[in-house]
Design a protein around this ligand. Structure first.
Ligand code: C2E
Ligand code: MG
Ligand code: MG
Ligand code: MG
Length: 292
């Protein structure tokens, strides 16, 4: 049984299809009550300005504090929420909760701190998305430019024309659009020309190849150069070592995020992180911080 695998390590066993199906059904039913039972929680990963060495924003990352299975990561339940349509209400909660938190940190620390929120394809296709965002921005008095939506290439590539239409409508709100996991999907760079994109996020797979994998390094170099020449901000994900950070700093990659600085933190841990490093993160602090 998967539950025997321990509190914090829930796994799907591919060789036990029947168990799989009934367990998934149970999990899907439980997920339905996760919102009202207040089992969902946002964690925040600091995004660091590579030259200034300070926190300039966060990515909101969803966790499910399951009553018996421990803390589940999004890869273990987001697809269930997408399949059942539940992602619309969960996604709306994520937008509200992350902006509420951002308003607090902007008041405590810096008006220009930004929040990146991951959006799934079901949400992007849903007509309520821009109303949900507009309402939350108004309600928490957030400047739209301090919210970025993270979408993936594959979401865009499914239907360029429709993505173009939806993203231009969202841009009317004054928010930013980031392409997440850039380079691993259906890479047709042509869409960058057509879509109102502001930020490229280099997938951690490529960052992970620094400093040993020549191909990954060539890809990182090319993606940074591409972003700079298109006047986009570029963020490297998955920075785990000082040498990776120093390479990206030398290559003028604008922002980084990764375990070198911090894993995703609970809201209160994030407040402490911001309070400890109001100006810049001391070089000596940089160390690999493993996620919980
Ligand atoms: P993502 O948006 O690409 O998020 C980055 C993932 O990389 C996060 O995993 C983060 O914890 C992890 N990460 C950060 N730094 C490092 C590092 O240095 N090394 C390594 N190995 N990993 C690092 P997480 O939190 O498990 O999220 C997985 C994915 O789930 C996200 O990928 C995103 O696609 C999705 N997701 C997370 N939160 C939400 C949400 O609120 N809504 C939707 N629709 N999707 C979400
Ligand atoms: Mg993301
Ligand atoms: Mg990513
Ligand atoms: Mg990812």
């Amino acid at each position: 049984q998967a539950k025997d695998a321990g509190r914090n390590t829930y796994r799907f066993y591919s060789n036990e299809d029947e168990t799989n199906t009934s367990e998934l059904r149970t999990l899907r039913e439980e997920l339905h009550f996760s919102l009202q039972n207040q089992e969902l929680e946002l964690y925040y990963q600091p995004i660091i300005h590579t030259q200034q060495l300070k926190t300039i924003g966060f990515e909101a990352l969803l966790r499910w504090r399951h009553p018996t299975k421990g803390v589940l990561a999004p890869d273990q339940f987001i697809h269930l929420a997408e399949g059942s349509g539940l992602i619309i209400s969960i996604g709306a909660w994520v937008i509200h909760q992350s902006l509420k938190q951002l308003a607090m940190w902007q008041q405590m620390f810096d008006k220009e701190l930004f929040m990146n929120v991951n959006i799934s394809s079901r949400q992007l296709d849903d007509d309520s998305l821009s109303d949900t965002i507009r309402h939350a921005l108004d309600f928490y008095h957030i400047a739209p430019r301090t919210l970025n939506l993270e979408i993936t290439e594959s979401m865009v590539m499914r239907n360029i024309e429709s993505a173009k239409h939806i993203l231009y409508a969202l841009k009317q709100l004054g928010i930013g659009i980031a392409i997440d996991d850039f380079g691993i999907g259906h890479s047709s760079m042509n869409y960058l020309k057509q879509l109102p994109v502001d930020i490229l996020k280099i997938d951690k797979q490529f960052t992970g190849g620094i400093p040993h994998d020549k191909v990954d390094i060539a890809i990182v170099d090319a993606l940074v150069a591409l972003a700079v020449s298109l006047n986009l901000k570029v963020v490297a994900e998955g920075v785990e070592s000082a040498i990776q950070f120093e390479y990206l700093q030398y290559k003028l990659c604008h922002h980084v995020q990764g375990y070198l600085f911090s894993a995703a933190l609970s809201a209160s841990q994030t407040t402490t992180f911001l309070a400890d490093f109001p100006e810049s993160i001391p070089a000596g602090f940089r160390k690999v911080v493993l996620p919980e």
